[in-house]
Write a protein that binds this ligand. Structure first.
Ligand SMILES: [Zn+2]
Length: 464
């Protein structure tokens, strides 16, 4: 008899969790696609013809220590890439490729899956740029192209861009995937959706300040739903939201995104994180404050986290604090952010790596990415575990783990070769030698290579 009340107390919160699960599960659209149906190489999974892209031939990486992304120690293997796909991992010494293959000797170097950055803003303007210039589509596109080079030369072969200028991120995505500009794959959210005056839409004098064109302010559940559809129409691979939002607004946005087959990530803080997790948001960005109860709920629900400690370190170091934002009305510090990362790890929350470099901070690459990795090691991850997070886990958070994130036969050929042993010394990652993205050799000796253009013969006169 004495135990009854205790059992009841335990049962109540458990029932709460069970009840809240089914309504928020993500409908799996892919279940209606036969696995043999070729689809677009993004989370949208639009059916596509099997033969596409202009990459031909075979590349062989021979003599390297292959870290496959799984977390297992590197082993001596030869990687064979046919067109844009990894077709074989051969035991060292075995030769099995066509005679005309391009064979690259990577003896002593480490071969690993291309890194993924889960949090970019490719079109963000530098400080001191005029509003007219900042607002210009052409300038925004070129800013993006400039930054893509920093990422690809840092060994990053995919970025998740979580709010950029207008339709520019989708154009960047297209140009990269067609091989017309060098860069990582761009998985774009389009605009960030937030409540009126919410994060990203804070201005001292909103009547004269033009809203940043990466922001879509929305008001009421129907408008939040519409804002999601607008991003989907533009080509979104993921939906990005930011606090503030009501329960009804975030629920409407999550339901709409999930039904359209996309994950939702949220820049949220304090009780908004709890609200986002309850509504079924898939990924929480940043190390912002939240309760232990919220962390527990994240672990229970499988809500993932992209803690991005590095941008806050830059802010704290440059400004001594985070000032002037109504959406950041709480006290936080480097130590508190590291503690948040530690608590998320202890709770068993799936963690990913993103940099969130704004202004001209892209110039910190790859150091910013490495700093984020060091914070993960500060809370107890090994270098090998962090490498696996940056590749395999990040691909999972991107919703691309069936095509990216590990070196396995059948996966897309996004590969990094570094002149060192990053699984032992993480800073060796900066010694980028070769980067292959989608079967294309994009970086050699640490530098983007742009092959000479192929001249098309003049048209032959038509005879009639
Ligand atoms: Zn951001």
């Amino acid at each position: 008899m004495r135990y009854r009340p205790r059992l009841l107390l335990l049962a109540i919160p458990m029932l709460g969790v069970v009840w809240s699960l089914p309504a928020q599960e993500r409908p799996i659209r892919r279940r209606f696609l036969d696995p043999s149906t070729p689809t677009s190489d993004d989370p949208r999974r639009v059916p596509m013809p099997a033969e596409r892209g202009q990459v031909h031939g075979t590349i062989v990486l021979r003599g390297g220590r292959v870290f496959d992304g799984s977390g297992a120690p590197p082993s001596p293997l030869t990687v064979v890439i046919t067109r844009n796909v990894i077709t074989a991992l051969l035991p060292a010494g075995k030769i099995d490729w066509p005679a005309d293959a391009k064979v690259m000797d990577v003896t002593g170097k480490t071969v690993l899956p291309g890194l993924i950055d889960l949090h970019t803003h490719l079109t963000y303007t530098d400080v001191g740029v005029s509003e007219t210039r900042a607002d210009h589509d052409g300038d925004a596109a070129l800013r993006g192209a400039e930054r893509l080079r920093y990422w690809i030369e840092s060994g990053v072969t995919s970025v998740r861009d979580v709010a950029s200028h207008g339709e520019v991120p989708f154009i960047l995505k297209e140009w990269v995937s067609a091989g017309r500009i060098p860069g990582p794959r761009v998985f774009a959210a389009g605009k960030l959706i937030t409540g009126t005056g919410g994060h990203g839409a804070e201005a001292e004098l909103p009547s004269i300040a033009r809203p940043w064109r990466a922001i879509r302010q929305a008001s009421g559940p129907d408008d939040w739903r519409e804002a999601v559809r607008e991003q989907v129409r533009a080509g979104a691979d993921v939906i990005k939201v930011a606090s503030h939002f009501s329960k009804e607004e975030i629920e409407a946005a999550v339901q709409e995104a999930h039904e359209l087959g996309l994950k939702v990530c949220a820049d949220a803080e304090t009780f908004y994180i709890q609200r986002a997790v309850e509504a079924g948001v898939d990924v929480i960005e940043h190390p912002l404050p939240r309760s232990d109860e919220t962390i527990r709920l994240m672990a229970q629900r499988g809500t993932q986290a992209d803690p991005t400690l590095v941008p806050y370190e830059i802010i704290f170091d440059n400004s001594g604090g985070y000032f002037g934002a109504t959406s950041r009305r709480f006290t936080f510090s480097k130590a508190a952010n590291l503690e948040m990362l530690r608590r998320l790890k202890v709770a068993g929350v799936t963690l990913g790596i993103g940099t969130d470099l704004v202004f001209d901070w892209f110039r910190y690459m790859p150091n910013a990415y490495l700093t984020e990795m060091h914070r993960f090691m500060d809370v107890g991850f090994t270098a090998r575990e962090v490498l696996s997070i940056a590749t395999k886990t990040n691909a999972k958070i991107l919703d691309m783990d069936d095509k990216l994130g590990t070196l396995e036969a059948g996966k897309l050929a996004d590969i990094l070769v570094v002149d060192g042993r990053p699984d032992e010394h993480i800073d060796d990652l900066a010694k980028v030698d070769v980067v292959i993205r989608d079967g294309r050799l994009v970086v050699e000796r640490g530098q983007v290579i742009i092959p000479r253009h192929e001249a098309k013969p003049m048209p032959t006169p038509k005879t009639n």
